[in-house]
Ligand binder design. Structure first.
Ligand SMILES: Cc1ncc(COP(=O)(O)O)c(C=O)c1O
Length: 439
């Protein structure tokens, strides 16, 4: 496997902070009785709150405006305006979750029974739930093994006469190859719904992700870099389409007050928006810190051949760093399997996670869906068989096997010493790779 792309290196080197190369002496591995790199130190906690968040919640409680339709100047409409501004979009509609935002967009674009939407198998189940909820067929395209994003060539191969939209998922908070995706969408006349649920404020070719396709969707679930427990948001510039989204998410009732379609009730509540409004003032600063820390980590990890940070596409200026992902290549670690590596790093006081254990193409939902009476009615037998025959995503399987990542919303807000601890722990395990097979 090759190392990160030119784009990745360019994006990283532009902003490497002057932390210097703080390296702790390698020594004996902690898992074998040595001194750990990091001891008795905590990471910044997440989700974030401060007095501003509490004041905002209290103000909402006292106002007795607890539901968005009670006032056009309540917390939800105010948050929608501010979030649209922050993202460089004309409009925003807040919802109860990222999944609800995605489903709202699928419905508003008129995608339904018999239609197909191409997305990634390496994602949260909410991505495909949004397509299944509309009784459309989620078609999963294999990944680029180094970027963990779906591969535009495989997306194009999977287009059929039923395909109505592409749903790129900006995994780990970094942009997909949107230049290629938008080219394919234009060529085949397809809509693009960006799943930016992990990618708040990430910038690609001068635009924030979520503003490149027809619509973009975000999650504000607790772990995300902008969080309120459960919440979501749709952004877009097309007023007519965003109006439709409003109608769908508001149980089919339009801004004009008439019930025009059958729709779910996906409105964000005023308390969720109060939490979001209360944390907006510090969002840019935290975003910049995560990017600075990630650049430092990537620069330090260049010396460790078997730990390769996520490849970024040309034009990536910044990421949300919801997660900081790396590929663990055991051939550089004396053949030690990933679980041994993770245990050894953990003993050094740094916790890495394997993240998603298997791609969605391997989940039993596929067979359950394909054998349902309703899907058999909507799609020909040949189409469903072809779907089964082509469901393999071998690059996604590799990514699941190789992933070692840091939950970054909190930890990447740490100090330069915290970042040095992460790099040193990984480096120490690398330098002791000949001992890993004795663990
Ligand atoms: C990539 C992606 N898509 C969709 C979702 C669904 O968002 P939510 O949990 O807010 O419904 C998530 C949530 O983690 C996600 O990470």
């Amino acid at each position: 496997m090759a190392t990160a792309s030119v784009g990745a290196i360019a994006a990283v080197s532009r902003s490497v902070p002057a932390y210097g190369n703080i390296t702790k002496k390698a020594g004996k591995l902690a898992i074998l009785g040595g001194e750990p790199v990091r001891k008795n130190k905590s990471w910044p906690e997440w989700p974030y709150w401060d007095q501003e968040v509490l004041d905002s919640l209290m103000k909402t409680a006292k106002s007795r405006i607890w539901c968005r339709i009670q006032s056009s100047s309540g917390t939800v409409p105010t948050f929608e305006k501010k979030f649209a501004e922050l993202m460089g979009a004309k409009f925003c509609i807040a919802t109860g979750s990222g999944t609800q935002s995605l489903h709202t967009c699928v419905e508003a674009l008129g995608i339904g029974p018999g239609d197909e939407v191409i997305t990634s198998p390496y994602t949260d189940p909410g991505t495909i739930a949004s397509i299944l909820a509309a009784r459309a067929l989620p078609v999963l395209a294999d990944l680029d093994r180094q970027s963990y994003q779906f591969d535009p060539d495989d997306v194009e191969r999977r287009i059929t006469e039923n395909t109505k939209a592409i749903m790129p998922v900006h995994m780990m908070g970094q942009p997909c190859n949107m230049e290629a995706i938008m080219r394919i969408a234009k060529k085949h006349n397809l809509k693009v719904i960006e799943d930016a649920c992990q990618a708040h404020l990430a910038e690609y070719q001068g635009k924030q992700v979520g503003t490149i396709g027809d619509v973009g969707c975000f999650s504000f679930q607790s772990s995300k870099t902008i969080a309120c427990g459960e919440g979501g948001g749709i952004i877009g510039d097309n007023e007519e389409l965003m109006d439709k989204c409003y109608t769908v998410h508001n149980h089919g009732t339009s801004r004009r007050g008439s019930t025009e379609v059958a729709g779910p009730k996906y409105r964000m509540n005023e308390f969720e928006a109060a939490v979001l409004l209360g944390q907006l003032s510090g969002v840019q600063e935290r975003f910049a810190r995560r990017n600075e820390n990630a650049a430092y980590l990537s620069a330090r990890l260049k010396d460790v051949p078997g730990v390769v940070p996520q490849k970024l596409y040309e034009g990536t200026a910044s990421g949300s760093f919801y997660l900081y992902p790396m590929s663990y290549l055991k051939e550089h670690f004396n053949g030690a399997d990933r679980s041994t590596f993770l245990k050894a790093v953990d003993a050094e006081g740094v916790s890495l996670s394997p993240y998603i254990s298997q791609g969605l193409h391997r989940e039993p939902w596929i067979e359950n869906i394909l054998s349902q009476k309703v899907y058999k009615k909507m799609f020909s037998q040949e189409r469903l068989q072809k779907y089964r025959d082509e469901k393999a995503c071998p690059n996604c399987d590799k990514v699941c096997e190789e992933m070692a990542m840091i939950w970054a919303s909190g930890p990447l807000l740490g100090t330069k010493e915290d970042m040095a601890d992460i790099a040193d722990a990984i480096k120490k395990v690398y330098e002791n790779r000949d001992k890993l097979n004795s663990i």
